[in-house]
Design a protein around this ligand. Sequence first.
Ligand code: SF4
Length: 82
Amino acid sequence: MANKEAKHPQNVSGPFYCTDPENPNGEGCTACTICYAAAPDFFVSDEEGYAYVSRQPETDEEFTLCLEQLEECPPQAIGNDG
Ligand code: SF4
């Protein structure tokens, strides 16, 4: 489960977030590219390839798309309890 105490500093506020690569519980973003390749309206890459949330979902369809990224993220670096 993503650690909301270790959010990437560039996340917009709201329920969805990505965790920082320095996340001490070992579940930080590994820059695998999955989320921002699949849902670029919501997840973007920082200068080093690590993901953060640039926009929160508003519709059911958008929420589902973001939830899919949460489920696909290999190190479980995406949370929706922010
Ligand atoms: S899917 Fe997870 S590990 Fe991959 S870029 Fe997104 S937040 Fe990082």
